[in-house]
Design a protein around this ligand. Sequence first.
Ligand code: HEC
Ligand code: HEC
Ligand code: HEC
Ligand code: HEC
Ligand code: HEC
Length: 170
Amino acid sequence: MKRIKFLIPIVIVAIVIMAAFLVVLRGRNPGVVQPIPFDHNLHVEGQELECTLCHPQVGTHERAALPANEICEECHSEELTGSKLENQLRGYFTDKNEIRWEKIYRVPDHVYFSHRRHVVSGKIGCESCHGDVKELKVPPRYPLIPPTMAQCMNCHKKHNITNDCLACHR
Ligand code: HEC
Ligand code: HEC
Ligand code: HEC
Ligand code: HEC
Ligand code: HEC
C-alpha cells in the first residue's frame, strides 16, 4: 500500500508532462496541405467564376463537395498559362489521376448539417461560415471559421432558429 502511495505523484507528473507534450504537438500541427496550391482569388475575382461552378451541389445537397477533375479540365484541357503549376495540374488529366483535395471543414457523423437548407432557404452567404474565400491566394490549412457547436448555436439564436439538441444530433 505504501509503495502505491509513493507512485501516485510520479504518475500524476507523468500525465502532466504527456499532456503538455500533446498541446505542443497540436500547436505545431501544420494543417492540411492540398495536392495543388489552388488559388481561389485568381478564379473567383480574376475570372469572375461563381462558387457553384466548382461546388455545384451547395444549393441541392447536404454536402458542398470538392471539384472533380472534369470541372478544371473544362478550361485547362488546353494550356492557358503554361506555368509549372498548370503543368502539374494537366499531368493529373493525362494520367487520369483524380486530384484528392482534402476537406478541412467537417462536422462529426453525429451532427446533421445541410448546405441546401442554409444556402437556399436560409439565404446565408458562404462567407458567414467560411470567411472571405474569394481573397484566398493559397488554400487555407485550417478552417478560417471553425465549425463548432458554439458557432452553430450563436447564429441560430440570433436568427431565432431551433437549438433543440435533436435538430442537429440525429
Ligand atoms: C475554379 C474552381 C473553384 C471556384 C470557382 C471556387 N472554389 Fe472553392 N475550392 C476549390 C478547390 C479546388 C478547393 C480545394 C482546395 C482549396 O482548399 O483551395 C476548394 C475549397 C473550398 C473550401 C474549403 C472546403 C474544405 O472543407 O476544404 C471552401 C469553404 C470553398 N472552396 C468555398 C468557395 C467559395 C465560397 C467560392 C466562391 C466565392 C468558391 N469556393 C469558388 C475550387 C473552387
Ligand atoms: C472557367 C475556366 C476555369 C476553370 C473551370 C478552372 N480554371 Fe484554373 N485558370 C483559369 C484561367 C483563365 C487561368 C489563368 C489566369 C491568369 O493567368 O490570370 C487559370 C489558372 C490556373 C492555374 C495556374 C496558376 C498559375 O500561377 O499559373 C492553376 C494551377 C489552376 N488554374 C488550377 C485550376 C484548378 C485546380 C481548377 C479546378 C478546380 C481550375 N483551375 C478550374 C480558368 C479556369
Ligand atoms: C451555415 C454555415 C455554412 C454556410 C452558409 C456554407 N457552408 Fe460550406 N460548410 C459548412 C460546414 C459546417 C461544413 C462541413 C460539413 C460536413 O462535414 O458535412 C462545410 C463544408 C464545405 C465544403 C467542403 C466540402 C464538403 O462537401 O463538405 C465546401 C467546398 C463548402 N462548404 C463550400 C461552401 C460554399 C461554396 C458555400 C456558399 C454557397 C457554403 N459552403 C456555405 C458550413 C457552411
Ligand atoms: C450564420 C448562421 C448559421 C450558422 C453558423 C448555422 N446555422 Fe443552421 N440554420 C441557420 C438558419 C437561418 C436556418 C433556417 C433555414 C431555413 O429557413 O430553412 C438554419 C437551420 C438549421 C437546421 C434546421 C432546423 C430545423 O428547423 O429543423 C439545422 C439542423 C441546422 N441549421 C444545423 C446547423 C449546424 C449543425 C450548424 C453548425 C455546423 C449550423 N446550423 C450553423 C443559420 C445558421
Ligand atoms: C445548431 C446545431 C447544434 C445544436 C442545436 C446542438 N449541437 Fe451539439 N454539436 C454540434 C456540432 C457542430 C458539434 C461538433 C463540433 C463541436 O464539437 O463543437 C457538436 C458536438 C456535440 C457533442 C460532442 C462534443 C465533443 O467534444 O465531441 C456533444 C456531447 C453535444 N454536441 C451535445 C449537445 C447537446 C446536449 C445539445 C442540446 C443542449 C446540443 N449538442 C445541441 C451542433 C449542435
